[in-house]
Design a protein around this ligand. Structure first.
Ligand SMILES: [Zn+2]
Length: 125
């Protein structure tokens, strides 16, 4: 696949309609000046990297892995859910976050006091 691969689909692959449910809902906000002109509302926007978790540690830091961006919407005429935009990108594997290597001073203090927040503390009041 071309590393710059990107493709937009402007028509429903089933019926050819260009009316998309989420896009038109978003347009209502634009008409009222409550959303930017370049902004588009979609059913779903997914982004991620393509990594085999069993091999992830073997990928050298700084090397590139393919990543994807996928946007979908729903045809208002036939109900078909389809991709509006497919984009392939490359993402460099980042170095591990500093706290994994060495806790910073504030974290060490918190750990020494043993008062780091526990999941069960959330939502209690
Ligand atoms: Zn359709």
């Amino acid at each position: 696949m071309d590393k710059e691969f990107t493709r937009r689909f402007t028509k429903c692959p089933c019926c050819g309609s260009e009316d998309r449910f989420c896009e038109q809902l978003g347009n209502e906000l634009k008409e009222r000046g409550l959303a930017r002109e370049e902004w588009n509302f979609r059913l779903d926007v997914k982004e991620g990297v393509v990594v085999d978790k069993a091999k992830a540690d073997a990928i050298p830091i700084g090397s590139e892995v393919p990543s994807y961006g996928i946007m979908t919407d729903v045809c208002m005429d036939c109900g078909c859910m389809y991709a509006i935009d497919l984009t392939r990108m490359d993402v460099k594997k980042p170095p591990p976050p500093p706290s994994v290597l060495l806790p910073n001073r504030a974290e060490r203090r918190r750990m020494d006091r043993g008062d780091s927040p526990q999941p069960s503390d959330f939502g209690r009041n």
